[in-house]
Design a protein around this ligand. Sequence first.
Ligand SMILES: [Zn+2]
Length: 345
Amino acid sequence: MNRRAFLSVLGSGVWVAAHGQLSSPRVGQPAKPTPTVQTVRGPIAAHALGRTLPHEHVLVDFVGADLVSPSRYDPLAVFEKTIPYVRRAAELGFQTIFEATPDFLGRDAHLLARLSEASGIHFVTNTGLYGARQNKFIPPYAHHESAEQLSRRWIAEAEHGIGETGIRPGFIKSGVDPDPTLSPLHEKLVRAGALTHAATGLTFAVHTGRGPGLPQLTLLREHGVAPAAFVWVHAHGARDDDLFAAAELGAWLSFDGLNQPTLSRHLHLCTTMKARGHLGQILISHDAGWYDPAKPEGGPFRNYELLSAAFLPLLSENGFTAAEIDQLTIQNPANAFAVRRRALS
Ligand SMILES: [Zn+2]
């Protein structure tokens, strides 16, 4: 497809057509329950996510676990600053945004619900704790509680909602430092994520980058959890050989740091993974947004446009078919985040 044809397809809405891969039992077969994804406004069928940004942010507060608080910003001002960017994503054909800001880093489920109502975009928030950056965003209780105790907190959010909001998370988000081996605390976070996945079926996405991805898959297996339950977040920063190994095991690879300087790296990764038969395990996103309450008016806000403006046309120019681009942007996120337990077989 040439660039003009590609852009006309983008504008036609074909990209948000529903796909039946996860549902629609054949006549004569017993109906299986349709897999769902938990959005901030309730569950929807996974195949209804449409074109999806699987790793973005709205507000992130880097002040640290000891000081973070919703009182540090005016939610109306944040809404008014950020809603144009969310509406623009909707105009570009995106229907769903996974918001990857964890608890103690500014996770605000109410804000996401409000943005969702105003834009029509589905937002998905998360449970879990983020240990990267030397535990700056880890609350005191996590240092002494066990993996089981932490998982009970996360399972409770999944089952009953975040605090008093009634809003339930749609995935588990954690983060580990880039050292070759996991610290005891980060190992505990990964075990807690495995336990939470086993209890809830929520997908476990971990900020890992060039850090220890494969050791996390080993830990998951100790808990009987399959690599397909795991998303290696910021995988574009890792060594190719480690990514190949993780893909062979069945993990999801999130190439989410899409920006102008990384277009060629992202193209290389998509092309290489496609050649190795792993196109169905890739997630693409910007890791953009970042309203920062410490800055005047939240500082510069990164938009969510480069994927459709530059990267999808680049894929098209490099031999990716419309069906393959649909797979990357529609079917893969639905498959990755559909709520279902993925036990080792
Ligand atoms: Zn992120």
